[in-house]
Design a protein around this ligand. Structure first.
Ligand SMILES: Cc1cc2nc3c(=O)[nH]c(=O)nc-3n(C[C@H](O)[C@H](O)[C@H](O)COP(=O)(O)O)c2cc1C
Length: 245
């Protein structure tokens, strides 16, 4: 069921009030942004078609370079999700990683620190020791079960649009996650799926001129599962903003 901790109606009715700090609209948006987190254990409850349609409609409002809307979405639901997971798991077990988009060779400095902190946060919530490589790989493989989600969206970009298209898709993913949260739908963006682009492409018959950016698992959160019990932090504004003038 939708997450009832998020108010479903803005505090004011009628026209959207924007433009003032503390406006009801900004407060609701901030509440949604605060509530969103990566869900790594879902119930099997499917999301109603009209809810999925609304998420897609809202995500479609994403801004993009020259309004090119580089994204396309392969939406997998129901029995097709289980079949996709089986095919992908087989692929992962017998093939090397290959990503359509170049992946970072390493995460250095603060990026490495943040990456480790988010990984250890998850493993510690799950009671997995840092040295337990087997349990860590089992948890990594959960990506290819979509963490039990009944739906997964694969986001692709047009090969010809290069970095610009990939940025547009990133923005699309963010709007999708936010829109889903506003409807009580839990999500997890999944670059892990793009690490095995060949398997995803083959199973969903994605054309060669579309590059696989990432997946988004979505459904309803299993709130009792320990994987959903931890939250990540964010750097201070002073660490990311340089002011001029
Ligand atoms: C494009 C993208 C790809 C991601 N890929 C994965 C993934 O493959 N597996 C996973 O468990 N989490 C994945 N995440 C989730 C991030 O780890 C998560 O967003 C980050 O740690 C911040 O935590 P939060 O989403 O709970 O705020 C991804 C997030 C983004 C935006």
């Amino acid at each position: 069921m939708p997450d009832s901790t998020i108010a479903t109606e803005p505090a004011s009715t009628g026209a959207v009030t924007t433009g003032a700090v503390g406006s009801p609209t900004a407060a609701v948006l901030e509440q949604i942004l605060d509530a969103r987190h990566s869900c790594r254990a879902f119930t099997s409850e499917i999301v109603a078609e009209e809810t999925i349609e609304q998420i897609l409609r809202m995500a479609q409002r994403t801004a993009s370079w020259c309004n090119s809307q580089a994204w396309q979405v392969d939406l997998v639901s129901g029995d097709a999700t289980a079949a996709f997971s089986t095919a992908l798991m087989d692929h992962v077990m017998s093939n090397d990683m290959r990503s359509d988009l170049p992946i970072p060779e390493r995460y250095e400095g603060v990026y490495g620190d943040r990456r480790r902190a988010s990984g250890f946060g998850l493993y510690s919530a799950l009671g997995i020791e840092r040295s337990d490589h087997e349990a860590r790989s089992r948890q990594m493989l959960e990506n290819y079960r979509f963490f039990g989600a009944p739906h997964v969206a694969i986001i692709t970009t047009d090969a010809g649009l290069g970095t610009y298209g990939a940025i547009d898709c990133g923005a699309y993913v963010s709007t999708f996650l936010t829109a889903a949260t506003s409807l009580g739908v839990a999500t997890c963006a999944q670059a892990a799926l793009a690490l095995y682009s060949d398997g995803v492409r083959e199973h969903l018959r994605i054309p060669e001129d579309r590059l696989i950016v990432c997946g988004i698992a979505f459904g309803y959160a299993d709130t009792a599962h320990p994987a959903n019990a931890f939250r990540t932090e964010r750097a201070d504004l002073s660490d990311v903003v340089r002011r001029h003038g």
